[in-house]
Write a protein that binds this ligand. Structure first.
Ligand code: ATP
Ligand SMILES: Nc1nc2c(ncn2[C@@H]2O[C@H](COP(=O)(O)O)[C@@H](O)[C@H]2O)c(=O)[nH]1
Length: 219
């Protein structure tokens, strides 16, 4: 499906696209692919107290920070949401999200179920579209965590232990995708994003995307 050209987007309010899943189901991989497909989509770079993995770049994958600095940001109200996940703190900085929304740019979040709940329950929640990504099976989830080659056996065991609890929140989400074939899942995500952008335009009168289509047809 074609992506909506930037110049035809609704320019008033961006969407908040929330991706959640048990660790290792493929959120970051899918998020990366979506960003390549639509470079205008903004990725919400989270702050975390977790140590960087090999190859992770500060400011690109995460804002790596200390627990003290993280708590100060929370106390100052600078986090849209935050949670403890697998023993570390993670949170989504608020200001870049609001700036993107005001520019009409959509923001993509890779957050756990607690983050999903907090964003949906926030003042910006009316603009949220939430998607839960399931692995095809738990053994495949474990295989993926191991194949990623970045976590110790102890960390993998801890994440597998928490996977059922994360999965138990699937029904809180607008969409649920089983990430079996990566290309197919990416295509479904694109379709969801395109449909939700069109839905956002269903205001009185035609939105910019539909208006552009009509003009092309000479209507
Ligand atoms: N559909 C798929 N089929 C096979 N392997 C996949 C698929 N999707 C992702 N993977 C692989 O699974 C591993 C975990 O994926 P990824 O890091 O994207 O998961 P994640 O959900 O972002 O994990 P975390 O929550 O820990 O950040 C990676 O090695 C990735 O290449
Ligand atoms: N509530 C939030 N959860 C977040 C955020 N950023 C990432 N995450 C989730 O943490 C786990 C582990 O991530 P990893 O990079 O250490 O593998 C994963 O489920 C992410 O979705 C956040 O800002 N808020």
């Amino acid at each position: 499906m074609d992506r909506i050209p930037t110049e035809r987007r609704e320019t008033r309010t961006g969407l908040l696209i929330i991706l959640s899943s048990p660790s290792g189901a493929g959120k970051s991989t899918l998020a990366r692919r979506l960003m390549e497909w639509d470079p205008v989509l903004r990725f919400s770079v989270s702050a975390t107290t977790r140590a960087p993995r090999p190859g992770e770049v500060d400011g690109q994958h995460y804002h790596f920070t200390t627990p003290e600095a993280f708590r100060a940001l929370v106390d100052q109200g600078q986090m849209l949401e935050h949670a403890e996940v697998f023993g570390n703190l993670y949170g989504s900085p608020r200001a870049p999200v609001e700036a993107a929304m005001n520019e009409g740019r959509d923001t993509l979040f890779d957050v756990d179920w607690q983050g999903g709940q907090q964003i949906r329950g926030s003042a910006l929640g009316a603009h949220a579209v939430s998607i839960f990504v399931l692995p095809p099976s738990l053994p495949e989830l474990e295989r993926r965590l191991r194949a990623r080659g970045q976590d110790s056996e102890q960390v993998i065991a801890g994440r597998m232990e928490k996977s059922r609890a994360e999965i138990s929140h699937w029904a809180e989400y607008d969409y649920v995708l089983v990430n079996d074939d990566l290309d197919e899942t990416e295509a479904k995500l694109r379709a969801i994003l395109t449909a939700e952008r069109l839905r956002r335009e269903r205001q009185p009168g035609l939105g910019p995307f539909v208006r552009g289509l009509m003009e092309e047809q000479g209507a």
